[in-house]
Design a binder for this molecule. Sequence first.
Ligand SMILES: Nc1ncnc2c1ncn2[C@@H]1O[C@H](COP(=O)(O)OP(=O)(O)OP(=O)(O)O)[C@@H](O)[C@H]1O
Ligand SMILES: [Ca+2]
Ligand SMILES: [Ca+2]
Length: 600
Amino acid sequence: MGTCTSKPSKPNPYSSRDPNDQSDPSQTPKSLPSLTPHHNSKDDAVSGARQSQSQSPFFPFYSPSPAHYFKKSPATTKSKSAASTPSRFFRRPFPPPSPAKHIKAVLARRLGKKATASVAIPEDGEDEDGVDLDKRFGFSKELTSRLEVGDEVGRGHFGYTCSAVFKKGEFKGQQVAVKVIPKAKMTTAIAIEDVRREVKILRALTGHTNLVQFYDAFEDSDNVYIVMELCEGGELLDRILSRGGKYSEDDAKTVMVQVLNVVAFCHLQGVVHRDLKPENFLYTAKDESSPLKAIDFGLSDFAKPDERLNDIVGSAYYVAPEVLHRSYSTEADVWSIGVIAYILLCGSRPFWARTESGIFRAVLKADPSFDEAPWPSLSIEAKDFVKRLLNKDPRKRMTAAQALSHPWMRNYNDVKVPLDILIFRLMKMYMRSSSLRKAALRALSKTLTVDDLFYLKQQFSLLEPNKNGTITLDNIRMALMKNATDAMKESRISDLIASLNALQYRRMDFEEFCAAALSVHQLEALDRWEQHARCAYELFEKDGNRAIVIEELASELGLGPSIPLHVVLHDWIRHTDGKLSFLGFVKLLHGVSSRTFVKA
Ligand SMILES: Nc1ncnc2c1ncn2[C@@H]1O[C@H](COP(=O)(O)OP(=O)(O)OP(=O)(O)O)[C@@H](O)[C@H]1O
Ligand SMILES: [Ca+2]
Ligand SMILES: [Ca+2]
């Protein structure tokens, strides 16, 4: 993104650092151990872009940045005509790359202005003609009287971060971090709104162990200041690089459990982070066992139930395919966690190319490699875990809470599985389904394995405080309230509860809960899907299948009069006895609507 990539032109006026000291510690080139890219792309342009150590000792680990970075970087010039070897060295590109939002700009160039005009987002960096931007945030102006601001501790594209100490008040003496975001960089209404939202989300979400604690926000005519907990242990990225990307499975789990916990929490609150990457997780202290904290909610947004987001934001290596397709929600964060998990376990990036469009092509088309070392020596569970996070279909991808109950994770240090927002979405769909579909789902739920049931049992018990084997609408409301932050108001999670109103006068037992909260799409992604479906159909045949005429089936499915019923539903009914065929059964499980047929 154009103007948001440069460093502040003047030194931090609050820093006690020697103003004559021209050196910038963040810019000292570091030689870093290799993070080898590998994937199974059949695209020669992509695989041919791998680099050799001899010819390319330096290569940015970060996203290949916008073209202007690439042209300037000596690292990239060196890497041009190289072939692949696994053990080369990278160092950090210079200046810091991977501005999060630039993906939008790159796609705008690729698709042409017209294609992106629908979202009416001016390119960042472009001034909005004739519009006087209101850069007042309503934050306190008392920064200097409340805090003594010290040295710079980190830097991003939108801001830089300094350490500071509270001079007075309830936090007197407390060391904190202050992220300084220059107002000069807020050149569009969208950019201003982003900063407003970053503060709003941080303020609302604070309280989770793995989320940086927010203290306050200030402003003056030049900057916005976000005061938060100081994390002195550095970025997760630096730890990965210093280890050469080699994490034992247990060490990777220690990272994953924290990342998944905070992301499951955000998703339950209806917040999607949209920029999950190792740079945006900080350790509170230098020691290995210090907790990890999610930071940088600069691209985060509220994801209302049933709403799809469409801004193309994120960082290239970590961006989910559906973000590139401009229709996504919380699942996109889980993809990014899958990329992080892949990197932790094998030290390589799953989707890699020399150019940004090459990375996007790989994200959309290529399957990451699980054949090269060290994958063959890793556990089957570890591979399954990563594959289920990196499913290209967001409906088939695990959620963060499901990932915590995956066999690879769940026995690790007594992992606690948090409430999963997906449960509410699925229950809502179930409550609105026809009795025929409910019977089909019930049959399918009888085929679930111990692993599948583990997750559902955990979720059920989170909703069932009385342990009497049933849940009510009140129980659900209470469970959500127990976990609620202010963010839920904005993301309208209460609407979800309202949509479960049909539960008001009855209870749901575990058996029905399994039918209501199972995801057909996720089961379909498994190798054993065919077995599940066949077995469920047999059960359905014994107990649920009945003769049905096409018109009745259409009304069960809620199909409108515009659908040529006899054409589309012909194969759904068995001609011998007029009952649902296997095909009809599977279609029914998915839940269909007139829209399905219109699309087809
Ligand atoms: N609470 C904190 N404690 C210590 N350092 C921090 C803290 N918050 C941020 N930093 C440092 O400042 C850097 C920039 O912060 P942040 O990522 O929030 O800024 P940004 O301008 O939004 O960056 P990006 O270019 O990634 O969007 C971080 O990578 C980190 O090194
Ligand atoms: Ca960042
Ligand atoms: Ca950011």
